[in-house]
Design a protein around this ligand. Structure first.
Ligand code: MF3
Ligand code: CO
Length: 273
């Protein structure tokens, strides 16, 4: 069942999203060669607890981290570990924070130091595909319109879309209906309505779309061909007008020293208004 939220509930989801985004901004300050992924996880957990939130993934069906850590060929659900980040790696940090009974969910894939041009293009296209999906997240459209926008953009750029994992609704639970696949046909699936909160999260591979789940721990999901995969995610509220992006990469971009200004995320979607 798709739960339509009141304005008050959406404000609470938004508060959880702001803490999620601020936490990833703290993590961003530590992403560099020589740092372990466990250090990133500790930074995130401590910042969330200091700010009255709960790391929602930690202990979720036994998941051992605050962050899901996605180094190079890791697609999703990687464990924080003693792995030391190397120049040229990419690392995704996927985070869900619960605050005041609501959840926020966001993911950003970082370059570690200097990365090669080919991998940088994968990151750029994957992030752009997220905004292609958000652009069509409007009342009256269907989930399939989002899915198709993401898939079309990524495949036209020569990449493949992971099938096994999807975006999702969010609110009191981190995973609610509807599912939000990153592939599919326009015009199919549930109709979008004001008051829905959904997470759009393209997981895009440089090589083939196939993935393998770790047979020992049952969580870690890697590309079968061991080529890199990128992942970006925002939590978005459906409104009467333009989609409202509840998470933001502004804190991350500021930490990375990129030129940004408040509201940069929403500026990605003011076209087609
Ligand atoms: N953003 C991830 C998702 O939507 C969070 C997974 S948390 C975990 O699936 F605990 F399942 F790892
Ligand atoms: Co998610």
């Amino acid at each position: 069942m798709i739960y339509i939220k009141t304005a008050e509930e959406i404000e609470r989801v938004k508060a959880a999203c702001v803490l999620t985004s601020r936490t990833l901004g703290e993590v961003a300050k530590w992403v560099k060669p020589g740092v372990t992924t466990r250090k990133l996880d500790n930074i995130a957990r401590e910042f969330i607890l200091d700010n009255g939130g709960k790391p929602a993934c930690l202990g979720y069906y036994g998941f051992p981290g605050t962050l899901c850590i996605e180094v190079n060929e890791m697609v999703v659900h990687g464990f924080p570990s003693g792995y030391v980040l190397q120049e040229g790696d990419i690392v995704g940090t996927d985070l869900v924070v619960e605050l005041d009974g609501m959840n926020g969910d966001s993911c950003y894939t970082f370059p570690v130091g200097e990365i090669d041009e080919k991998t940088a293009r994968l990151l750029r296209v994957t992030k752009e595909s997220l905004y292609k999906g958000i652009e069509v997240a409007r009342a009256g459209k269907r989930i399939g319109d989002i899915s198709n926008a993401v898939q079309t953009y990524c495949e036209h750029n020569g990449y493949s879309v992971v099938r096994e994992m999807c975006g999702h609704g969010i609110g009191k639970s981190m995973h609610e209906d509807p599912e939000v696949p990153n592939y599919g046909r326009r015009g199919i699936g549930p109709v979008l309505k004001p008051g829905m909160c959904i997470c759009i999260e393209p997981m895009i591979n440089m090589g083939s779309k196939n993935v393998v789940i770790d047979s020992v721990n049952g969580w870690e999901c890697r590309t079968r061909d061991r080529k890199p995969s990128a992942h970006y995610e925002h939590t978005v509220a459906i409104t009467d007008g333009a989609p409202e992006i509840l998470t933001t990469f502004d804190y991350i971009e500021a930490a990375l020293g990129h030129e940004t200004h408040a509201g940069d995320d929403i500026n990605h979607v003011i076209t087609n208004n």
